[in-house]
Design a binder for this molecule. Sequence first.
Ligand code: XMP
Length: 180
Amino acid sequence: MDHDIDRILISRHRIAERVMELAAEIARTYAGDVEAGLTLVTILSGSLIFLSDLIRCLPLRMKIGLITVSSYKGTKPTPAAILQQLNTDVTGRHVLLVDDILDTGGTLRLVREQLVSAGPKSIRTCVLLRKPSKAPPDVPADFVGFDIEDVFVVGYGLDFNDHYRNLPDIAVLRPEVYAS
Ligand code: XMP
């Protein structure tokens, strides 16, 4: 697998540190208002590993919701589409949407629209990565792990054709891999 990788962009150690910092920020945000209940809604499949690390650093009472969205074919963006609807009721609850990467914003915009119609008490967004050169102003993120340049990244849950999710670091693929 290593020969497909051009370079490591963010090491596993830096990710672990930043996830702990994000969890502390999130815990401070919700600490004063736990009555309504908190649901972390995660967008599958790319956010799986991020979510599992994040929640183990979060000492808050919470539920987990899952929604599956497709938005990429290989390295090419396609219009975001919901493949599996949210599996839990978030009416009246605080919702923290958790996604792996905010790229063009199509995925988060679509999921947010769905959630609003369920009538949650609040919606905030947490992304591990954001591409600031592409993220549109109407799709804000409340918690951001890392701002990155506009390169296609894999690892730590992020995939190319469903591969490389198990890389512990976040890496840039060699262009030849997706050109072939
Ligand atoms: P949008 O463009 O909708 O993208 O903000 C969000 C979803 O697209 C996938 N995505 C990527 N996946 N490397 C990946 O492995 C990337 O560089 C990348 N950019 C976008 C991802 O599933 C994300 O949730």
